[in-house]
Design a protein around this ligand. Structure first.
Ligand code: SF4
Length: 416
């Protein structure tokens, strides 16, 4: 972390000052008046409590128009733009020591989908991504592959590394030197490992998935995934907060949680953000069953339920950046603008979504058109959101300046 930059150091970026973003903005009374007292209070700038949110869900989820209207009004009040990140997905090492009931990303040795990207592979993809004017290098790995697989240990050793995080720090440097901005999503990292990655990663990601311990019980999706234990995940997010690393986190919707459990998960994220001010974005991802997983027979997250959870997230955290991945709702993603989102996440013109390989990303031009039809201009952002730029180091900040507009977003000429 560094101090917010001085005006003299700046070329394009705005003066990022944390007080500007973390102090509550002046409340604006809304013209809207609902039958629901809790929603009226939220529109008047009051915070909603967890038990009030349970009540709102229990009494209104079946006729959720007022919930959507509240979420949309709050988004319009606090977020004027819809953004995305133009990225390349680096499928770094997809061996994983855990088994989540819904995961098709994880590979086994010998499978054709196994990916272990050498330093040269990373450099080559980074150069290609740069030619496509991608901004973000998304590095994804399974959970500590070397803990379970001899193949991973040997491969890391052959490439000069003793662990996956050490490898990630190195390949992040490669991507950064090629002009991309790394954003690593590698499961539960220790505080020193996070600190190491922070040198080149302006932000990082770790999905909470769910704060429900119940989902770790027998026959539940996280039973064989110790890294998905909520207390372990929250500890990593807490460490990132202490290190002032802008973090993307979120929840997986429809994996067997109850609505109250998902509300609990969102309040856990809010609690962390109130404590450290470092949660830059909440992703809401709708579960889609994969044929080669234990949960292949489970139904997808029901769209109305998913949309209601998205709107509740906006009501719980009115000023948060809230994302849904458009490829997981290919026919209706634009309708989520009316549920309060303000970001489409990372979209790649180059690489597939290895986590959801059956869902290709929509073309950026199409997203641009649909966003425009909903009344918003689509803007490209860095992996770190403008409000959190003050947390990145001077080297990252200096590189961002070269393609940044005055709002801290990517200049249009670069990505369009
Ligand atoms: S979701 Fe992540 S932690 Fe779970 S099995 Fe897949 S790669 Fe491993």
């Amino acid at each position: 972390m560094r101090d917010p930059p001085q005006i003299s150091q700046m070329v394009c970026l705005p003066t990022p000052h944390k007080d500007k973003y973390y102090k509550q903005k002046p409340h604006v009374l809304s013209d809207l008046v609902f039958d629901c007292e809790q929603l009226n209070r939220v529109l008047d700038g009051k915070e909603i409590t967890r038990s009030q949110m349970y009540e709102v869900f229990d009494s209104m989820a079946r006729r959720a128009d007022d919930i959507y209207e509240t979420a949309k009004t709050l988004r319009d009040r606090y977020k004027k733009q819809i953004t995305f990140s133009k990225k390349a997905f680096f499928n770094s090492i997809n061996l994983c020591s855990d088994i989540c009931g819904y995961c098709t990303y994880k590979a086994e040795p010998g499978q054709t989908k196994l990916s272990m990207m050498s330093k040269d592979d990373v450099r080559n993809l980074a150069r290609l991504a740069k030619r496509y004017r991608c901004v973000e290098a998304l590095f994804v790995t399974g959970e500590r592959p070397e803990q379970k697989y001899q193949e991973a240990r040997e491969w890391l050793k052959k490439n000069g590394f003793s662990s996956t995080p050490e490898y990630l720090a190195h390949v992040s440097e490669i991507a950064f030197s090629e002009g991309l901005f790394p954003h690593t999503n590698a499961g539960n990292l220790t505080k020193p490992e996070l600190n190491d990655l922070k040198k080149t990663n302006g932000s990082m990601g770790l999905m909470l998935e769910s704060s429900s311990e119940r989902l770790t019980q027998k026959n539940m999706p996280h039973h064989l995934a110790p890294s998905k234990n909520p207390s372990a995940r929250l500890r990593v997010l807490e460490s990132a907060g202490e290190l002032k690393i802008p973090m993307t986190t979120g929840v997986l919707v429809g994996i067997g949680e109850t609505p109250h459990e998902i509300i609990d998960s969102l309040f856990e994220i809010k609690r962390l953000h109130q404590k450290h001010g470092h949660i830059q974005e909440v992703i809401l991802q709708n579960f889609q069953p994969k044929p080669d997983t234990r949960m292949r027979g489970s139904a997808s997250a029901e769209e109305d339920y998913f949309k209601t959870i998205v709107a509740l997230c906006r009501i719980i955290m009115p000023t948060m950046n809230i994302q849904i991945p458009p490829n997981l709702s290919p026919d209706s993603y634009q309708s989520f603008i009316d549920a309060g989102i303000n970001d489409w996440g990372g979209i790649s013109p180059l690489t597939p979504d290895y986590v959801n390989p059956e869902f290709g990303w929509p073309e950026i031009e199409r997203i641009q058109k649909n966003t425009h039809s909903a009344g918003f201009e689509l803007k490209a952002r860095f992996p770190v959101y403008p409000e959190f730029i003050w947390m990145v180091n001077l080297e990252i900040y200096g590189k961002m300046q070269q393609i940044s507009d005055e709002e801290g977003l990517v200049v249009d000429w670069y990505w369009k």
